[in-house]
Ligand binder design. Structure first.
Ligand code: C2G
Length: 130
């Protein structure tokens, strides 16, 4: 059974998130997802709108996802890979070559165009600007 791992914030969950999780699952049989903690997001310079607990519930409920855990640090990637016995790390290509140092194989999949959490935040801000 091939175990695949991926990571993300999954704030304001959208179709780009669903697509990458589905495609990550297609790379193997069992998909493990690390969801970034609110503290890690702040370190990445992001402030998540949806709290960690809810982001976890949403990701956990997807049929393509088998297991979810909290990602506390970008540097711990290899520890998570070993702990969950993953053979393949999948990330979107905005992370291209950033995680080539881990001990398992890595695949960077093309991002879904024209959708992002930032785009959603900006669109909402525009609609409610007055
Ligand atoms: N993604 C995508 N298409 C989009 C938007 C996002 O394929 N239009 C992918 C990203 O490439 C990433 C995943 O969805 O692989 C999660 O994206 P984010 O929630 O933005 O996660 P990020 O903050 O990049 O966190 O350890 C790595 C980080 O935790 C990843």
């Amino acid at each position: 059974m091939k175990r695949v791992i991926t990571f993300g914030t999954f704030d304001l969950f959208h179709i780009g998130h669903l697509n990458i999780l589905r495609r990550a699952k297609e790379q193997g049989d069992y998909l493990i997802v690390g969801v970034s903690s609110d503290e890690l997001n702040e370190k990445k310079g992001k402030k998540s709108i949806i709290p960690l607990k809810d982001r976890i519930e949403i990701v956990k409920s997807l049929t393509c996802v088998d297991e979810v855990f909290i990602e506390d640090s970008l540097e711990l990637k290899d520890e998570y890979i070993k702990k969950y016995n993953a053979e393949l790390l999948v990330m979107g290509d905005d992370w291209k070559d950033k995680f080539n140092w881990v001990s398992c194989n890595v695949k960077y999949l093309e991002r879904t165009p024209n959708i992002s959490t930032t785009y959603l935040k900006n669109s909402i801000a525009m609609v409610y600007k007055d």
